[in-house]
Design a protein around this ligand. Structure first.
Ligand SMILES: CC(C)(COP(=O)(O)OP(=O)(O)OC[C@H]1O[C@@H](n2cnc3c(N)ncnc32)[C@H](O)[C@@H]1OP(=O)(O)O)[C@@H](O)C(=O)NCCC(=O)NCCS
Length: 157
């Protein structure tokens, strides 16, 4: 893994984009550690995977696989918003960052955020943004983010 320290390398973590076979490697169970994620059938997974894949580099889901267990232990996503503002600029939106509870504190959450930020940079984004709880503010600060403005939400269901 690029830029890995000794603790991550000794557990042999591999960072890459999501693959369709990751459903059987605990990807959905990992998301369930973040928020509500009811069981997803193989057919539903395949359909959503193909839908997202068709967006190419505009929507990337990153995963980290623990090669010793074959399990997905971390994930996060970024999608690229295309604007008219800022000379038709682009913004990266980071979402759904989660590290398996047994693998936290090993710098792999940071690796996921750096992977996604690097992707947004490579896509020409002038900034990358995300929402988080106050509990996670310090984590994102360690990843190079700073607090700005206020999140607003209206739930539609
Ligand atoms: C938040 C989360 C992704 C962090 O992942 P992680 O792999 O444990 O974090 P890392 O080991 O990469 O931490 C990187 C740095 O941030 C620090 N850090 C991590 N979580 C922190 C927290 N909650 N508060 C303060 N600092 C934190 C680490 O100490 C480390 O600091 P260092 O570089 O000085 O050693 C993980 O705890 C998690 O999945 N939480 C539950 C889901 C969640 O809340 N996701 C975020 C949604 S916005």
């Amino acid at each position: 893994m690029q830029g890995g320290d000794s603790s991550t390398e000794s557990r042999n973590f591999h960072i890459r984009r999501l693959e369709i076979s990751d459903k059987s490697k605990g990807f959905i169970e990992l998301l369930q550690q973040l928020s509500v994620c009811d069981s997803v059938s193989d057919e539903e997974f395949k359909e959503r995977f193909q839908e997202l894949s068709s967006l190419g580099d505009d929507h990337v889901i990153c995963v980290i696989e623990d090669m010793s267990s074959g399990k997905i232990v971390a994930t996060g996503s970024v999608f690229i918003e295309k604007k008219f503002l800022r000379n038709c600029g682009k913004v990266g939106h980071i979402e759904d960052i989660v590290v398996d509870s047994n693998a936290r504190g090993l710098q792999i959450g940071k690796k996921v955020v750096v992977f996604l930020t690097d992707h947004a940079r490579a896509m020409g984004c002038y900034k990358v943004i995300l929402d988080c709880s106050t509990d996670n503010r310090a984590f994102y600060e360690k990843c190079g983010f700073k607090q700005k403005e206020v999140q607003m939400v209206q739930y539609l269901i």
